[in-house]
Write a protein that binds this ligand. Structure first.
Ligand code: PHE
Length: 452
C-alpha cells in the first residue's frame, strides 16, 4: 500500500500536539539521565554547555523535524524520501535502528522506575538506598520489570495514537513539574545546599577548557536525547498536524518546559547528594534513584510522595517510550501496510529481547547508552540538517513560513543556522564522541570480554 493511501489521523485538539511532543521530550532524559550526566561531567561546566547546545542546536533542529513532518505528512522514512529523494530513505532507515537501540535500554531504566514505585509502598529502599539500587538495577529482577514496562508500551501503542498518547500526556505533564518544584524547596533546606548550588550553577571555565573533549559530546548527546531529536520522533508527531500553526511558538513552549524540568531535577538531586557527603560523580546512573530514595526516607509521608513521584516519573517514561516505538510502528503501517497491532507486538518483543543484556550487565548498559545518545542521535541529526540546510532549503523555508507572521527574516536566520553552525558543532561532537566511544570500548569492553 502506498503512503498516500493511508488516511492519517490528526491531533484532536490544538494543544494535543504540544502535549504529545512534551510527553515525548519529558522523560528519563530529564529526570534520570540529566543529573547523571551533570555528575559525570563536572557540574556547572556541563550545565553551561548543555544549555548553550539546547539553544544553538536543539531549537533549530526541532524546527527542522517539525517542518519535514508537517510538510510530508509521512513516517520518517517516507518523509525523508519525499524531501530528499530515494537515497534518503536509508537515512530514515538509520532512525529505525536508533529506535531499537534506544528503547532497549530506556525500557530497562523505566523498569527501575516501576520497581521504585512499588518499593515506595513497601519501604524496601529505606534501609540502604545505595545498596537497594545496586541490587535491583542489574539482574533478572531488572529483566522482569523491563518486561512489564514493554508490555505497557505495547498495550498503549496497539490501541492507536489519539487515545493512547494524548490521555497519558495530559495526566503526566503538570503533575511532574509540581512535585519537583516542591522537592526543590525541601532540598533548599538541607545542609549541603550551598555547596551543591555552587557545584551545579557556577561554571568554572578552566574546567571546561580542560575537559572539553568529553563535555562537548556529552552535552550534545544529552541536548538531543532530552528533546527527542535525531531519530524522527518530532517528524512523526508533526506529521499529524493538519493546520498551519506557528511552529516557532510551539517549539519554544516545548523546549522551555523540557529544560525547566531537567533544571529543577538538578536543584533537587545535588543538594541531597552533597548533604550525604557523596562525590557527585560516584552514583553514576543511580544518582536520581539513590538520592530521592534517601529523601523520601527522611521526610514525613515520604512513602506517599515517593509513590506519587515514581508513579508520575513512570508515566513520563511511558509517553517518551511510546514516541520512540511509534516511529518504527508508523513506518511499518505506512510503508508496508502492516496492521498496527501486529507491528507493535513484533517490534516491542524484539526491543524487549535487545534490552535483556543491558539489564544483566552495567558495561553493556553503558555501551547502549553512550552509543545511542552521543553517536547515533548526533549522526541522525547531522543527516537531517544536511538535507534541510543544503539540499531542500527552499521547501523547508516555505513550510516553516506557514503560520508565521513575519516569516522572511526568521526563516533566513534559521536556514543559515542549520546550514553552518549547527552542522559544524554536530560534526565536532560526533568526531569526539566516536573517539570517546572507541576509548570506552578499549577500557571497558575489552576487559569485559577478558573476564568472561
Ligand atoms: N526525550 C526523551 C527523554 O528525555 C527520550 C527520547 C529520546 C525520546 C529520543 C524519543 C527520542 O526521556
Amino acid at each position: 500500500m502506498a503512503a498516500s493511501d493511508v488516511i492519517r489521523e490528526s491531533w484532536a485538539t490544538r494543544i494535543g500536539f504540544i502535549l504529545a511532543a512534551v510527553g515525548s521530550a519529558v522523560g528519563l532524559g530529564n529526570v534520570w539521565r540529566f543529573p547523571f550526566q551533570v555528575g559525570q561531567e563536572g557540574g556547572a561546566a556541563f550545565l553551561f554547555i548543555y544549555l548553550a547546545f539546547i539553544v544553538v542546536i536543539g531549537f533549530p533542529a526541532m524546527l527542522v523535524e517539525f517542518a519535514i513532518g508537517r510538510n510530508t505528512k509521512r513516517n520518517p522514512v517516507g518523509a525523508l524520501r519525499a524531501f530528499g529523494g530515494k537515497g534518503w530513505e536509508y537515512v530514515g532507515g538509520i532512525f529505525l535502528v536508533i529506535g531499537f537501540v534506544l528503547l532497549a535500554f530506556y525500557s530497562v531504566v523505566a523498569g527501575w522506575v516501576l520497581r521504585y514505585f512499588f518499593a515506595s509502598f513497601t519501604g524496601a529502599y529505606t534501609a540502604d538506598p545505595g545498596a537497594y539500587f545496586a541490587q535491583i538495577s542489574v539482574g533478572w529482577d531488572a529483566v522482569f520489570f523491563h518486561a512489564l514496562f514493554m508490555l505497557s508500551v505495547i498495550a498503549i501503542v496497539a490501541i492507536g495514537i489519539q487515545r493512547g498518547i494524548e490521555l497519558a500526556a495530559k495526566v503526566m505533564v503538570p503533575a511532574i513539574f509540581f512535585i519537583l518544584a516542591g522537592l526543590s524547596v525541601y532540598a533548599f533546606t538541607l545542609g549541603g545546599a550551598g555547596e551543591a548550588y555552587a557545584y551545579y550553577l557556577s561554571p568554572d571555565f578552566a574546567e571546561i577548557a580542560a575537559n572539553w573533549q568529553s563535555v562537548l559530546p556529552a552535552a550534545a548527546g544529552q541536548a538531543l536525547f532530552t528533546l527527542s531529536l535525531g531519530m524522527g520522533v518530532m517528524i512523526t508527531y508533526a506529521s499529524y498536524i493538519d493546520e498551519d500553526r506557528n511552529l516557532i511558538e510551539d517549539g519554544t513552549a516545548i523546549i522551555s518546559f523540557d529544560v525547566a524540568i531537567a533544571f529543577v531535577v538538578g536543584l533537587v538531586v545535588f543538594p541531597i547528594i552533597f548533604t550525604a557527603g557523596v562525590d557527585p560523580a560516584d552514583p553514576g546512573p543511580g544518582a536520581v534513584f539513590i538520592s530521592l530514595a534517601g529523601a523520601f526516607t527522611e521526610i514525613g509521608f515520604g512513602w506517599l510522595l515517593g509513590a506519587i513521584f515514581f508513579g508520575t516519573f513512570f508515566l513520563a517514561a511511558l509517553t517518551s517510550a511510546i514516541s520512540i516505538i511509534e516511529v518504527i510502528v508508523s513506518y511499518a503501517i505506512d510503508e508496508h501496510g502492516i496492521d498496527r497491532r501486529v507491528a507493535t507486538t513484533v517490534v516491542g518483543s524484539i526491543i524487549f529481547l535487545l534490552g535483556i543484556p543491558t539489564a544483566l550487565d552495567p558495561v553493556l548498559f553503558g555501551l547502549y547508552d553512550q552509543l545511542a545518545a552521543e553517536v547515533l542521535l548526533v549522526l541522525g541529526t547531522l543527516f537531517i540538517m544536511i538535507l534541510v540546510g543544503w539540499i531542500a532549503a527552499p521547501r523547508a523555508k516555505a513550510e516553516l513560513a506557514e503560520g508565521l507572521e513575519q516569516p522572511d527574516r526568521l526563516t533566513d536566520v534559521w536556514i543559515w543556522l542549520v546550514r553552518v553552525p549547527v552542522v559544524v558543532v554536530l560534526l565536532v561532537s560526533l568526531y569526539l564522541a566516536v573517539l570517546g566511544f572507541g576509548e570506552f570500548l578499549r577500557t571497558e569492553l575489552v576487559p569485559w570480554f577478558e573476564i568472561r
